[in-house]
Ligand binder design. Structure first.
Ligand SMILES: O=P(O)(O)OC[C@H]1O[C@](O)(CO)[C@@H](O)[C@@H]1O
Length: 444
């Protein structure tokens, strides 16, 4: 059995015994497109062997930069959006205490440039106050509006606080190796730079410097993270569906999709995995939602959302299926105390582990939702270690590569994200976009 345990045993009501095997020929074709580079978007597959084929010199520099930041900064302002943000935030949440704060002994990683909210940015400026800080600006293109605005604001504060020379030692730029506005500015000012490799798209970049620098600054073990991903890379290579659980997941979600289950909910039972779902949503949504088709990736956080979305999932429109990422061994557990009088009626649970109760809730939900007509699959992960996270990241990355090819799309481009940007630039009056702006303003 693989390190992760993919359980599709509750799908029998929705998927016949023969169906998975009948996908094998299509999976072979998808595997060949992915592995041999014969599919669309083949220039963006370098994440496939990233865990074994990464820049070791840069990896060491990341650790050194993290150590320096830990010494000289109370905050690391990590600026980025989409794939240049979600992986680091999800890893920090996944790997640390729910009330993560490191500012007393070392550096607290905080995020900016992931929205255009002026209130958020000003709140962050006020949080940082007079404290020492450094900046990690992360942008592959170097021109994305949200991070560029936040970077301007914090760069100005940094220079005013430290002067140009010291400020230049406190800015770390993670960007393209050779091109782009950010690379140019970094070179001109002597900032330390880290590379987002050409063949790795933003949503697949968490195991590059994009994720690794902030994760290392947070004190998490990036060696273990890479080791987990490496072991997963070795595990999920066989195109045989009986042997490859990541491929099984890809094939089953396509079987369900073709039956009208067009929305997938990624679910967890740990509040600090909420951002894991947000990371997964970009990975799946940007990879698969194109050519007017694709599974819509959504999420729910349990048991919390059973008290809000639970009704819809149980009895609403039957286009949903669920994939649970269930932690088998919690990082911490608590025993439920006894209480005199038993007014809350919970005495039957006294002395029981709270995680046992959480797991019983999960089991009950799987059965109820299955009865209600919602197919449920589960990816069991052993714990919330860095090793497990690396492994799990790779599981979903390789699954979406196969899944995208199974649905006949290019899983590695994202042409649709430009449409709103063009409109926004027109409305903002960006030079070169005047005509578009004029047309749009007439429509408003
Ligand atoms: O790293 P960049 O170029 O700033 O892009 C950030 C994100 O924006 C997108 O390009 C979408 O606008 C994503 O694909 C990407 O992850």
């Amino acid at each position: 059995m693989a390190y992760l345990n993919f359980d599709s045993s509750k799908l029998t009501k929705f998927v016949h015994d023969n169906e998975l095997a009948e996908m094998q020929a299509m999976v072979n074709a998808a595997d060949s497109e992915l592995r041999n580079g014969t599919g669309a978007g083949s220039d963006f597959r370098d994440w496939l062997d990233l865990p074994t084929n990464y820049d070791h010199e840069e990896f060491d520099r990341i650790k050194k930069a993290a150590a320096k930041i830990n010494q000289d900064s109370k905050y690391l302002i990590t600026i980025g959006i989409g794939g240049s943000y979600l992986g680091a935030q999800m890893a920090l949440d996944f790997l640390h205490n729910n009330f993560y704060t490191r500012e007393e002994e070392t550096t607290q990683v905080v995020f900016a440039g992931n929205s255009l909210s002026s209130t958020y940015l000003q709140d962050l400026i006020e949080l940082v106050g007079d404290a020492d800080f450094s900046i990690n600006i992360i942008s592959k293109s170097g021109t994305t509006t949200e991070p560029a605005v936040a970077f301007r604001v914090f760069k100005e504060i940094l220079i005013a606080k430290y002067g140009e020379e010291e400020a230049n030692k406190r800015i770390y730029a993670t960007t393209d190796a050779n091109r782009g506005a950010l690379k140019e500015e970094a070179d001109a000012n002597g900032w330390e730079t880290f590379v987002i490799p050409d063949g790795v798209g933003g949503r697949f970049s968490v195991l590059t410097a994009v994720g690794l620098l902030p994760i290392a600054v947070s004190g998490a073990d990036i060696d273990e993270l890479m080791k987990g991903a490496r072991d997963a890379q070795n595990e999920y290579v066989d195109a045989d569906l009986t042997k490859n659980e990541a491929y099984q997941y890809a094939a089953l979600r396509n079987i369900l999709y073709r039956k009208g289950f067009t929305t997938e909910l990624l679910e967890n039972y740990e509040p600090n995995m909420r951002m894991f779902s947000e990371w997964w949503k970009q990975l799946m949504g940007e990879s698969e939602g194109k050519d007017q088709k694709g599974i819509y990736p959504s999420s729910a956080n349990f048991t919390t959302d059973l008290h809000s979305l639970g009704q819809y999932i149980q009895e609403g429109l039957r286009n949903l299926f669920e994939t649970v990422v269930k932690v088998d061994k919690p990082t911490k557990d608590i025993k439920i105390p006894s209480q005199e009088g038993n007014l809350d009626g919970l005495e039957y649970l006294q002395g029981k582990s709270m995680d046992w109760v959480n797991t019983k809730a999960y089991e009950g939900v799987v059965l109820a939702h299955t009865d209600g007509g919602v197919p449920v699959m589960t990816v069991h992960i052993p714990d919330q270690s860095a090793y497990t996270l690396g492994y799990t990241i790779y599981f979903f990355e390789v699954a979406v590569g196969i899944s995208g090819y199974l649905n006949g799309i290019n899983p590695f481009n994202q042409p649709g994200v430009e449409a709103y940007k063009t409109n926004m630039f027109g409305l903002l009056g960006k030079p070169g976009y005047e005509e578009i702006g004029k047309k749009l303003n007439d429509q408003l």
